[in-house]
Ligand binder design. Structure first.
Ligand code: 5AD
Length: 376
């Protein structure tokens, strides 16, 4: 791992990345955190962009084997929020000073594209908020309509770059449907900022596959990259398989916060000007998750502003506890300060080539002694 020179030939770079992914020694890993932090500061600055997450529907027609919203999970009460409820969340995001709202749902086939288009329009008319959509694999005509109504960004994680593994965990509906990579390309053509990402530690996912994930972030020219640990959900086939520890190859990548932090750091080094969140998945397995993600190279947090009654039904994976929206907001503000950073103002669009006007925050934060593998 000497020197951390990422500019070498592809083979050398691959070796370096695999070395980092396998590395356990804290002192040697320190070089990775320092480099990712330098790149982060230089390209996207010290400010943390806040995107208010509105989980407006947990209805889903898909059968992804890892996800608790899968249609086969009959134990889940399903909901779709009303237009008024969604707009109230957008008002709250604005009052908290966030620059973006993220409208997220399961793949809800009965979602009327015009209904969602009108909500996007209403948010854009009322507030200077960016609108991000995260509603799954949708027909291109719907994506076009929402873009025309003012949607700015679209998140569609590809979960893993390994096509065989993806096929296993994400059954296709119809063979003729475009895959997620094709949809990301279509979204880019429509003028959306596009976000992709992966889970780390999916049963059957090997270290080498994580290296390919990083290459794919680059190939797709992603504007946003979301990386979280795979969290086994006992109400899903893959969650049960995880606990029965079948199908684990010898070089299985673990679903730890350490490997997730390494992937965030490497994504930052690969894609210096991308917007990279400290994900909710990370924060739900680790009380210092937001802070840890920020220290590893993230520059975005997505505070959950879904009303509590619905939030408890948005069970992608098991949650420890729920806080009110105000408590969530305060916890995130605390995590930002603890990481020595400040909340950003404005929409936080990707700035190609990085920022120069983003004034550095001079004082390093106090940190939190419980956040283990980062120093200081
Ligand atoms: N563990 C971690 N992340 C998950 N997601 C879904 N299920 C899980 C899980 N078990 C994430 C995926 C997906 C998004 C809806 O939530 O990345 O894209």
């Amino acid at each position: 791992m000497r020197g951390l020179d990422f500019s070498g030939r592809p083979r050398e770079r691959r070796r370096l990345i695999l070395d980092i992914l396998y590395e356990e020694d804290a002192a040697r890993l320190e070089n990775v955190w320092v480099l990712a932090d330098e790149v982060r500061r230089k390209y996207v600055g010290d400010r943390v962009h806040l995107r208010g997450l509105i989980e407006f529907s947990n209805r889903c027609v898909r059968g992804c084997t890892y996800c608790g919203l899968r249609s086969g999970n009959r134990l889940l009460t399903r909901y779709r929020m009303s237009r008024e409820e969604i707009l109230e969340c957008a008002d709250l995001a604005f009052s908290f000073g966030y620059g973006t709202v993220v409208l997220q749902s399961g793949e809800d086939d009965e979602l009327d594209p015009r209904w969602l288009g009108e909500i996007i329009d209403a948010i854009k008319q009322k507030h200077s908020l960016a609108v991000t959509l995260s509603v799954g694999e949708k027909p291109v005509e719907h994506l076009r309509l929402w873009r025309e109504k003012g949607a700015d960004r679209y998140l569609l994680k590809f979960e893993t770059s390994d096509p065989e593994l993806f096929k296993r965990i994400h059954p296709r509906r119809r063979p003729e449907d475009p895959g997620r990579l094709e949809l990301l390309a279509a979204l880019k053509d429509l003028g959306y900022e596009i976000g992709g990402g992966v889970m780390v530690g999916i049963p059957g996912q090997i270290y080498m596959s994580l290296y390919h994930d990083l290459e794919l972030f680059d190939d797709l020219d992603l504007d946003m990259i979301g990386i979280g640990p795979f969290i086994p959900n006992i109400r899903t086939p893959l969650g049960r398989e995880y606990y029965e520890s079948k199908t684990r190859p010898p070089d299985q990548a673990p679903n730890t916060d350490l490997v997730t932090h390494k992937m965030i750091a490497l994504a930052r080094i690969y894609r210096p000007d991308a917007n990279i969140p400290a994900t909710t998945a990370l924060a739900s397995v680790d009380p210092c998750g937001f802070e840890g993600g920020l220290k590893a190279g993230a520059n975005v947090i997505m505070p959950n502003i879904t009303p509590l009654a619905y939030r408890s039904l948005y069970q992608i994976y098991p949650h420890g506890f729920f806080q009110s929206r105000e408590e969530t907001h305060n916890r995130i503000m605390h995590a930002i300060a603890a990481a020595g950073r400040k909340p950003a103002v404005g929409r936080g669009d990707r700035r190609r080539g990085g920022v120069s006007g983003n004034a550095p925050v001079s004082q390093p934060g106090p940190g939190n002694a419980d956040c283990s593998h980062f120093r200081g």
